[in-house]
Write a protein of this length. Structure first.
Length: 343
């Protein structure tokens, strides 16, 4: 457990792993500002274009950091450390945020702290929020995003073990690719969620992939959905439009069941019944409501982050930076785009 302090520690956090340029300022574990500049241009291409993303980061990084510091009511000279996303993510995007953070830390002569993006999604639960109960160690974290699907046993702030992960595609990609198959615009995951709320989740049964242990697989499900849609559209060109809500509800129902099956197995194997979710897909209403139902059904204690801390944001980078600062875990680690960084 980190050594707590009564001193005010101001952390500037920078997140630039994909297509959002984000900066936040924290005083200890309290968020003073959390600014995000989003890049709408990728909607035209149906997905993130790495070169365009890095260029937009270059344009956004200075004003976003400036606004974050001003909104926090401090000056750059009040900062005690700078935390930045080391990876995983898009190399060009990471380089913009990481280079800026390194330069600023050198100019201010304050510590630089490299942060694992996925670890930040997990520890976002420790941001101080009135009325929000923080998890206690140990707990099980389910990180679900466009690029990752992992089950992590969290023993402490600095001791985490990946006990299950996807063997191919991430759950977020399964949502987005399903949306694309249905002709929905990018980003399609939230639209699947929206239509699912109006449909019958058992209208079209899909087969869940069989994967050993706590690992996941979503590539087969995506293929199954593609063939299902193609077959029915061939019979009825209006099939998607006439059944959009039911198709989305059935896809979402299947994906949620896959996640829940693995969580139930993780609880059985570890004996830990505290479950915390994180990552962009944790904003999905079906997943959130199913987890809350699990509290009554299985006796779990579940932790669901605020919507603003589910998508990529700098506040989650800042909270990990703060706890590392308390332990003097400073770093000049090299930026890496690898899909997985060991905890």
């Amino acid at each position: 457990m980190p050594k707590m302090t009564e001193r005010k520690i101001y952390t500037l956090a920078i997140e630039s792993s994909c297509d959002d340029t984000a900066a936040a300022v924290l005083c200890n574990d309290v968020v003073l500002s959390n600014i995000v500049a989003r890049q709408a241009i990728h909607e035209e291409y149906g997905g993130v274009v790495p070169e365009l993303a890095s260029r937009a980061h270059q344009q956004n990084i200075v004003p976003v950091v400036d606004v974050a510091i001003k909104k926090a009511g401090i000056t750059k000279n009040d900062l005690n450390c700078i935390a930045f996303t080391q990876g995983p993510g898009l190399m060009g995007s990471l380089l913009v945020g990481g280079s800026f953070a390194k330069s600023m830390s050198m100019a201010l002569d304050i510590p630089l702290i490299a942060i694992n993006h996925m670890k930040a999604h997990i520890l976002a639960h420790f941001i101080a929020e009135e009325g929000y109960e923080k998890p206690t160690f140990p707990f099980i974290a389910l990180t679900i995003s466009g690029g990752h699907t992992q089950i992590v046993k969290v023993n402490s702030f600095f001791d985490m073990e990946i006990i299950g992960e996807t063997t191919d595609d991430a759950v977020g990609e399964a949502f987005d690719k399903s949306a694309k198959i249905l002709g929905l615009p990018y980003p399609g995951g939230p639209l699947v969620d929206k239509f699912a709320q109006e449909g019958n989740p058992k209208a079209f049964p899909f087969t869940k992939p069989k994967v050993d242990g706590l690992n996941f697989s979503f590539s087969g499900l995506k293929t199954q959905i593609l063939y299902f849609v193609q077959k029915n559209v061939a019979l009825n060109p209006n099939f998607i439009e006439e059944n959009k809500a039911d198709i989305c509800a059935s896809i979402q129902y299947t994906i949620i069941n896959i996640l829940m099956d693995k969580l139930k197995l993780a609880v059985a194997e570890t004996g830990i019944n505290q479950i915390a979710i994180g990552g962009g897909v944790s904003a999905n209403s079906g997943i959130r409501s199913t987890l809350k139902e699990a509290e009554k059904k299985y006796g779990w204690k579940t932790y669901i982050p605020k919507f603003e801390y589910t998508t990529d944001n700098a506040a989650m980078i800042g909270i990990v930076g703060y706890y590392n600062f308390l332990e003097e875990n400073f770093s000049n680690a090299e930026i890496t785009s690898k899909a997985r960084i060991e905890f």
